[in-house]
Design a binder for this molecule. Structure first.
Ligand code: BES
Ligand code: ZN
Ligand code: ZN
Length: 517
């Protein structure tokens, strides 16, 4: 079928004058250009397709050839499906047409996302990937009526972590086809670049992204925005001086020195405006420590700095977007390793606020590093605190990769996060912070708190209850991202690997705060 289609389109090509000049210009430029165009399904009873504005313009340009080919080449193009046509336009030897579903899709109350935006992301991503496989190196993309979503799909779909492989995929550059909404397109590229930065950090092996290398990478990325940003890479001596005993109890099993990364983005015209505080768990490798994890899938624990990666990447993106808001980012970075110096089950450590913690399971280390970072964060009098962490396997059991679990003491903050996630399609779901769970972590034989609950049930909730013991601010949210850390094929516009979720939701949330002043 594909071969037939190719032959047919090539025959068309040799017959038309434009395609003769196309082959000459291709040899000359030595660049393979492609185009991604969208088509909607017709509404209601009507069968057939409805071309986007850009696709209709293109179709007109080649005297209706595109609609003709779409009709004869197979069934009506369904949502997420694509078809390639070769040699139908002198400038674009390969044209990928992608199905966008129904025009009327919009926000879906039960799915908690904007289906139209998701369809566009999925379609442009699929189209760009098809062209990448054909070694097309420059792709123009139809804005499909929402250039931001189109750009997100394209840039997220084309992301590849092949830095360490000899054989690499074709590098593809993209641009908006036509001039419909270049601001939206640019914004989409920045949102996706932010998520791709988080993916890069999470996917990279732990011997490459050590705490020091992580901090240096973020510092380099922020150097472009030096006039609005300060970066402090706090050393072990500083951490000790701060009396962050919980954080240090995790880092002490490793030969790699810990780093406490502190970012200040001053985007608001009012330099005194209370900041949004973002705190990210930064375990660059979680072996479990003395409570060693099983070896199967332990490699995935290189992404246990996903909280730090998404938080720092969202600050890099906020700076690139020049969002008028002040943000402070904190990332306690270290490895969790077993050694003769490592913390042992039953050890008691003291956090920055003086609370004592019995560490019964050294694999529940995320809450320990976050406890000290949260205490320190309060000293900036933030308007809102959001911490992000690959905290528990239990949140994956509860929600899978459908949504980030949000535990919050603030209905207002929940609303803001939820609203942002409906736009980005990188969803959140609210989880409980009952006293029921608090009782389970305050019941300790030796100390004020125990780092694990006294029951195996509700693990994500007891972890959140533990963190709450280090929060006095009225607007705090804990995002457990362990379930959304990686992607197999659930999110079609992200390839297999570490997901960088929910960076775009954090950026959208910060943009919302910036707008509300
Ligand atoms: N980093 C893990 C949680 C995790 C699991 C992240 C799977 C991503 C995918 C965390 O430090 C951990 O090991 N948590 C333990 C807590 C338990 C010991 C109370 C867990 O979830 O099993
Ligand atoms: Zn752990
Ligand atoms: Zn961990």
């Amino acid at each position: 079928m594909t071969m037939l289609l190719v032959r047919r389109t090539v025959q068309t090509a040799v017959r038309t004058k434009c395609c003769r000049s196309f082959s000459a210009s291709q040899t000359h430029l030595n660049e393979r250009k492609g185009l991604v165009l969208g088509v909607f399904e017709k509404e209601g009873e009507e069968a057939g397709l409805h071309l986007t504005e850009a696709a209709a313009g293109f179709d007109q340009n080649i005297s209706g050839k595109l609609s003709e080919l779409l009709k004869i080449s197979g069934p009506t193009l369904k949502k997420g499906k694509s078809r390639i046509f070769y040699g139908i336009h002198k400038d674009f030897p390969c044209v990928a047409v992608v199905g966008l579903g129904k025009t009327s899709a919009g926000v879906c109350g039960s799915e908690n996302w904007d289906t139209s935006k998701e369809n566009i992301r999925q379609a442009t991503s699929a189209g760009c990937r098809l062209l990448q496989d054909l070694e097309v190196n420059h792709v123009e993309v139809d804005g499909c009526g929402d250039a931001q979503s189109a750009a997100e799909g394209a840039a997220l779909g084309l992301f590849q972590y092949d830095k360490l492989k000899s054989k690499k995929k074709t590098k593809v550059t993209t641009q908006l086809h036509g001039s419909s909404d270049s601001t939206g397109w640019q914004k989409g590229v920045m949102y996706a670049d932010g998520q791709n930065l988080a993916r890069l950090l999470m996917e990279a092996p732990a011997n490459h992204i050590t705490p020091t290398a992580f901090a240096n990478t973020i510092e380099e990325r922020l150097a472009l925005h030096a006039e609005r940003v300060t970066v402090n890479k706090r050393s072990q001596a500083w951490i000790e001086q701060q009396q962050m005993g919980a954080f240090l109890s995790v880092s002490k099993g490793s030969e790699e020195p810990p780093v406490f990364l502190e970012l200040h983005y001053n985007g608001s015209p009012d330099s005194k405006q209370a900041p949004l505080l973002l705190v990210g768990k930064g375990i660059t490798f979680d072996s479990g420590g003395i409570s060693l994890k099983p070896s199967a899938s332990m490699d995935a624990m290189r992404a246990d700095m996903g909280g730090a990666a998404t938080v720092c990447a969202s600050i890099v993106t906020a700076a690139a977007l020049k969002l008028p808001v002040n943000i402070i980012g904190l990332a306690p970075l270290c490895e969790n390793m077993p050694s003769g110096k490592a913390t042992k089950p039953g050890d008691v450590v003291t956090a920055k606020n003086g609370k004592t913690i019995q560490v019964d399971n050294t694999d529940a280390e995320g809450r320990l590093v976050l406890a000290d970072a949260l205490c320190y964060g309060h000293t900036f009098n933030p308007r809102t605190i959001v911490n992000v962490a690959t905290l528990t396997g239990a949140i994956d059991v509860a929600l899978g990769s459908a949504a980030t679990g949000v535990f919050t003491n603030s209905d207002w903050l929940w609303e803001q996060l939820h609203k942002a996630s409906v736009v980005t399609g990188d969803r959140v779901w609210r989880m409980p912070l009952f006293q029921h769970y608090t009782r389970q972590v305050t019941d300790s034989q030796l100390a004020d708190l125990n780092n694990v609950g006294n029951s195996r049930s509700g693990g994500a909730c007891t972890a959140a209850a533990f963190l709450r013991e280090f929060v006095t601010a009225p607007h705090w949210a804990h995002l457990d991202i362990a379930g959304v850390m990686s992607n197999k094929d659930e999110v079609p516009y992200l390839s297999k690997g570490m997901s960088g979720r929910p960076t775009r939701t954090l950026v959208e949330f910060a943009a919302g705060l910036a707008q509300s002043g």
